[in-house]
Ligand binder design. Structure first.
Ligand SMILES: O=P(O)(O)OC[C@H]1O[C@H](OP(=O)(O)OP(=O)(O)O)[C@H](O)[C@@H]1O
Ligand code: HPA
Length: 185
């Protein structure tokens, strides 16, 4: 076993499970119901925010009960760190969003810098309405704008460094089937 694999297995062994798989699945189903009620007649263009939004988007999409046009974009600011830096666009959206309702789907709204920058980009490129959906909103008062919230939030979770269901710790454990907090962080 490589040192990294051993380290990451230790991270999981020592982590606190804050939300179990069943609770996450229930939150995703609730999100899907709320999004369906709000957007079923809006012909929205959905963007998955890679990489973290991958798992939520996949699980959400099959539960949305209307025809969805799904695309992706890639913006990142944490890389292998546990604090965020400057947002780097790795892939800007290619789809034409002029005159469209856009739904941005991501794993977490932490400080909210990422979602605000993506929403600004979409508005600047002609989207008439930009809505955001996240699995997790982290509870703290360091938001990019006071009181910042996503339009659709699955779960509110305490202010720890999280992994699982799309969220990574040093690039690992996005695949963890629950929401976990790293020991000591
Ligand atoms: O609300 P914020 O404080 O801006 O943080 C949230 C963002 O941070 C994570 O992405 P990250 O930069 O780690 O890239 P990744 O999705 O590739 O892991 C996460 O997936 C969100 O996109
Ligand atoms: O707590 C977190 N975990 C993983 N990725 C993140 N990106 C912002 N906050 C987090």
């Amino acid at each position: 076993m490589t040192d990294t694999v051993a380290e990451m297995n230790k991270v999981m062994d020592e982590a606190d499970c804050l939300v179990n798989e069943q609770q996450v699945q229930a939150a995703i189903s609730n999100l899907a119901d709320d999004i369906t009620s709000r957007l079923r007649d809006s012909n929205p263009l959905l963007f998955c925010v890679m990489n973290g939004g991958l798992i939520l988007t996949g699980q959400l999409l099959t539960q949305l009960k209307f025809p969805v046009q799904a695309e992706y974009l890639h913006a990142t600011r944490y890389r292998q760190e546990t604090t965020g830096g400057i947002l780097e666009w790795k892939l800007q959206p290619e789809a034409d969003m002029n005159g469209r309702t856009v739904l941005i789907v991501d794993d977490i709204l932490d400080e909210g810098t990422t979602l605000c920058a993506i929403a600004d980009y979409c508005k600047a490129h002609g989207a008439t309405e930009v809505l955001t959906a996240v699995l997790v909103d982290k509870k703290h008062d360091r938001k990019a704008k006071p009181g910042l919230k996503a339009d659709f939030t699955g779960l509110e979770v305490e202010d720890r460094f999280l992994f699982g269901f799309g969220m990574d710790y040093k690039g690992y454990w996005r695949n963890a089937p629950g929401i976990y907090a790293v020991k000591g962080l």
